[in-house]
Design a protein around this ligand. Structure first.
Ligand SMILES: [Zn+2]
Length: 330
């Protein structure tokens, strides 16, 4: 069962979270494997997408926000787009668009940052967005301060969180074909909540970066966690092994119906809006060629079919502008 655990270090300004996606993750992989148009993910993409899913759960849980947290990597290599989306209730979905060959053992830069043009975007899309209101989005490149290409997603996100929240953060991520997991350790803000959108003044927090000895000690312990341990150890064993000298206050874990789980938010209505945004000409040319329009959701595999009558109905209503969604036309 997929699970999310939160904990505090007693009396210290440090908090932590550990996520293990099991059924939620294998569900996502099974849907992709069942898609005859794409087939299963190559292993390096599976690892990247699993790490993104785990990271997105941790980032969503780390903020007070009602809506979707969308973690995206826009690539300039064979992986054009990788998306993990987590709602406030921890339901999640993920997909990747691959064009071309992903070599066995491909590193992050070989998948998404071949020419240095890869980007990672974090979007907070409020549930009750007002008309005209734009979702918050932060974008970071996939290289470090010396312009070196980063090869770990965790390094990209740690950098982002340090910049946007002004809080020291350690993130350890790992994924294989059964588990996608992540550990987050963060220094707590001096005042108020951490804020991914970075809209508050954080000068006092900024002054503390790297200076808190308790945080530094715990961060050092967290960084020693290996991929193997993160993927195979149960939560109690893992926390005991890493932090056996520390006093942990643990919260009730979120699991099952209350925990991280796969769910897709696609619907016939949303697909219809996507077709409207394509325009009449495009829709008519597909209809002329194929007699109907077939749209598949890349997150869950659901197929939506629109015949000429359905399509005519769509285009008699006023077109609605919709942000691009990874649906594929067949
Ligand atoms: Zn779907």
């Amino acid at each position: 069962m997929s699970e999310l655990h939160k904990f505090l270090f007693d009396g210290l300004p440090v908090r932590g979270m550990l996520v293990r996606l099991t059924d939620a993750w294998t569900d996502i992989l099974a849907r992709r494997a069942g898609n005859t148009a794409t087939g299963p993910y190559p292993a390096p993409v599976r690892e990247l997408l699993g790490e993104m899913a785990a990271a997105a759960v941790l980032m969503q849980s780390n903020i007070k926000f009602n809506g979707a947290l969308v973690l995206q990597v826009f690539g300039d290599g064979p992986v054009k787009l990788a998306v993990a989306e987590v709602q406030s209730d921890l339901s999640l979905r993920a997909t990747a668009t691959i064009i071309g060959e992903v070599q066995d053992g491909a590193r992050l830069s070989q998948m998404v940052n071949v020419g240095g043009g890869g980007r990672c975007a974090i979007t907070l899309d409020p549930k009750d967005r007002l008309p005209g209101q734009q979702p918050y989005q932060g974008v970071v490149p996939l290289h470090g301060d010396q312009h070196e290409k980063l090869e770990r997603l965790s390094d990209v996100l740690q950098h982002y969180m340090l910049q946007s929240e002004q809080l020291d953060t350690v993130l350890v991520l790992a994924a294989d074909d059964k588990v996608a997991a992540g550990l987050l350790i963060q220094r707590m803000p001096l005042k108020g909540e951490g804020n991914l959108a970075g809209t508050l003044s954080h000068s006092e927090n900024e002054d503390q970066i790297g200076r808190n000895e308790d945080y530094n000690r715990i961060a050092h312990l967290a960084s020693s966690l290996t991929r193997e341990e993160l993927l195979t150890l149960d939560v109690d064993t893992l926390l005991r092994r890493l932090f056996w000298e520390e006093s942990l206050l643990r919260f009730e874990p979120r699991q099952g119906a209350d925990g991280p789980r796969f769910a897709c938010t696609c619907s016939r209505e949303r697909v219809g809006r996507m077709l409207q945004s394509l325009g009449t000409d495009e829709a008519e040319s597909i209809l002329a060629e194929q007699g109907h329009i077939e749209v598949g959701c890349e997150f869950c595999g659901q197929q939506y079919r629109f015949d000429a009558v359905d399509a005519a109905g769509l285009f008699t209503a006023a077109p609605v502008v919709q942000p691009p969604a990874p649906f594929s036309l067949h």
